[in-house]
Design a protein. Structure first.
Length: 118
C-alpha cells in the first residue's frame, strides 16, 4: 500500500507527463493522464482514512459514500478515461480541456478535505 507521500509523488510525476503531451494531437492521452493523476491525488485520502481498494469500482463506491462533492468531480473524469481507454470513443480537445478542469477542481477539493480550515 502506497503512502500519502508516494501517491503525491506519483501525481506530480503524472502531471509533469501531462504537461509534455502534445495537446492537439493526443487529447485522449490528456484525458487518461488527467485521470491517473486524479487517482493518486484521491489515493492520499484513502491512505489517511485507512482504506484499501482493489478496483476502480471500489474507489468510486467509497468516494460516493464518503465524499460526495469529490465523487461528483472524480466520476466524470473516471468515465471519460474509461471511454478513451476501452470504448475507443473519439476524444477531442473539448474533452481534454474538461478533463484538465476536473483535475484542477479535484486538487482543490482534496486539499480542502486533507487540510480543513481551522
Amino acid at each position: 500500500m502506497a503512502t500519502q507521500q508516494e501517491h503525491w509523488n506519483q501525481a506530480v510525476s503524472n502531471e509533469r507527463f501531462l504537461k509534455e503531451i502534445d495537446h492537439p494531437r493526443f487529447p485522449d492521452w490528456i484525458v487518461v493522464a488527467s485521470f491517473y493523476t486524479a487517482l493518486h491525488i484521491v489515493g492520499r485520502i484513502l491512505v489517511r482514512d485507512g482504506v484499501t481498494v482493489y478496483s476502480h469500482q471500489e474507489r468510486n463506491d467509497y468516494l460516493r459514500a464518503n465524499y460526495r462533492n469529490l465523487f461528483r468531480l472524480y466520476n466524470p473524469l473516471c468515465q471519460l478515461s474509461f471511454d478513451a481507454r476501452y470504448v475507443c470513443q473519439s476524444i477531442d480537445l473539448k474533452d481534454s480541456a474538461f478533463a484538465e478542469s476536473l483535475l484542477d477542481r479535484i486538487h482543490i477539493e482534496v486539499e480542502k478535505i486533507l487540510n480543513p480550515p481551522a
